[in-house]
Design a protein around this ligand. Structure first.
Ligand code: FAD
Length: 461
């Protein structure tokens, strides 16, 4: 579907930096809106296996990566030993990030996105020459310097820049909130074939994640506090990790008859929130906008969340500059909301580990980012109807939404039905709310009873 509305500049060129899930999702979304999109990416610098939930599959499908979803392995069992207790009720799909990148890249090319292999060296704001038909003169844009292998650097001009280089994205002088400084040491191992599975275990200095694929490859990862981990020099890191892992019961099946390969790869896993994730001709998405602790196992889901809303934000900035403040506020509020939600979920999970509560790793994380509950209780008096920025098709718009302490950004629709008029109908008829709801619902009147119950459960009425 092509976007409607008036472009204030002819055929803008949008350049996406990075082709992970976030960059890929934005690029596909923009292509669907008819934009000219180029993606610049270099291969991921190390092999990583990660565990993903069904939510990630739903996000990848929504973004248009059906082939990547079809190629996903089946869920495998995951055991968790936390605070001395073991449970094995969960599953996750163990994906090789390199394979996911390949599937994303193939889909981008198939959808007409120009995929350029290269390392981004710098991006500079610059006045660009107007193309013919734009009335001459100059326009604001960017000049992106890239390099591919040993070839000389080359330049690309962009009207709009999407920063999706993950945690590697430069800070660009923007204010960023950082959580407790955290590092994850990831090492590949090889052993005999075993059924795919994964495990998590907490210990005094942090927690470990272990995973095995059917071909006997294993990935063992320790997540530690940078300040208190007392990490040895690089050449002693393997020994350091093996010693720690040897003390963990969950690690034993993964280490048995197996050996570490090469050196551990250190990945920074400090939670980071970029306070200003969007301007009038640039936007940050995915980990470049906000990255949380890998404990949540939801990183890819979160990176897709901020990326899926970005095409509408960009479309609004380009076609309706008069609504730019609204569009920017929409993106910023959602990025921040998502960050705090997952940071608080992580905090509560860290707080469940009581045996090690006094250790520096746990002390810092059970108190961060604040003491606010993940979910706020709601009373009818706190529920308001207010105008807020909403995602309306391909654009950011404004509409009446229902705002509660638990949903500060507001709820606009539920299953395609606008909620604010329904709440108002209930309020106007306190003695017969179900009848009032049925009348307001019109052709959907059969849903009145269930909807009223849902509102009551949420503390709205
Ligand atoms: C230790 C650790 C464990 C994790 N485990 C999980 C897990 O189990 N499950 C989960 O869902 N999430 C996990 N995550 C989070 C997940 O990896 C990220 O949230 C997710 O990959 C973010 O997607 P993205 O598209 O924003 O960035 P990325 O996936 O990081 O993509 C960025 C892209 O930009 C490219 N790039 C970077 N710099 C340049 C440059 N200069 N020039 C050109 N290209 C460049 C990169 O090569 C890459 O292709 C983990 C994170 C960490 C740190």
């Amino acid at each position: 579907m092509a976007a409607t509305g008036k472009l204030h500049r002819a055929d803008p060129h949008i350049v996406v930096l990075g082709a992970g899930p976030a960059g890929g999702a934005v690029a596909l979304g923009l292509r669907r809106l008819g934009y000219r999109v180029s993606v610049v990416a270099e291969p991921r610098p190390f092999a990583a296996l990660e565990g993903v939930s069904e939510r990630v599959l739903a996000g990848l499908s929504q973004a248009g990566f059906a082939n990547a979803v079809a190629a996903m392995p089946e869920p495998s069992p995951r055991q968790v030993t936390w605070n001395g207790e073991t449970s094995g009720a969960n599953t996750e799909r163990l994906i090789r990030r390199v394979e996911l990148d390949r599937a994303i890249g193939a889909e981008l090319v198939a959808q007409g996105v120009k995929l350029i292999a290269g390392r981004v060296r710098s991006c500079r704001a610059q006045s660009l020459a107007q193309v013919q038909g734009d009335g001459g003169g100059e326009r604001e844009g960017y000049s992106v310097e890239m390099q591919s292998g040993s070839a000389p650097p080359f330049m690309l001009e962009a009207d709009f820049l999407v920063e999706a280089r993950g945690r590697a994205a430069p800070g660009a002088g923007l204010e960023r909130l950082r959580g407790p400084e955290t590092v994850s040491l990831l090492q590949a191992w090889q052993g005999p074939a075993m059924a795919p599975r994964s495990a998590v275990q907490s210990f005094d200095a942090g927690w470990a994640w272990m995973a095995a694929t059917a071909d006997g490859q294993r990935y063992l990862q320790l997540t530690l506090d940078v300040a208190s981990a007392a990490l040895p020099p690089k050449e002693q890191l393997t020994e350091f990790c093996v010693k720690r892992l040897a003390r963990l019961s969950q690690a034993q099946p993964f280490m048995q008859d197996a050996r570490p390969l090469g050196q551990p790869h250190a990945r920074t896993s400090t939670p980071i929130l970029c306070r200003e994730p969007v301007g009038n001709n640039w936007i940050r998405v995915g980990d470049a906008a906000m990255a949380v602790d890998p404990l949540s196992g939801n990183g890819i889901f979160q990176s897709l969340s901020s990326a899926l809303q970005a095409p509408a934000v960009i479309n609004t900035l380009l076609r309706h500059p008069e609504r730019s403040a609204q569009a920017r506020a929409f993106h910023q509020a959602r990025v921040e909301h998502l960050f705090y939600r997952f940071a608080r979920i992580g905090r509560d999970f860290y707080d469940m580990e009581q045996d090690c509560a006094a250790e520096p790793f746990w002390q810092a994380r059970r108190a961060w980012p604040d003491t606010e509950a993940v979910h706020q209780s709601v009373t009818p008096a706190q529920v308001k109807i207010a105008r807020r920025a909403v995602l309306n098709g391909d654009l950011i718009d404004e509409a009446e939404v229902v705002v509660t302490p638990d949903q500060p950004l507001g709820m606009w629709h539920l299953n395609g039905v606008a909620l604010a008029p329904l709440l108002q109908a209930c309020r106007d008829a306190p003695d017969a709310p179900e009848q009032a709801l049925a009348k307001a619902l019109g052709q959907h009147r059969a849903r009145a009873g269930a909807l009223l119950q849902w509102m009551r459960n949420g503390g709205w009425v």
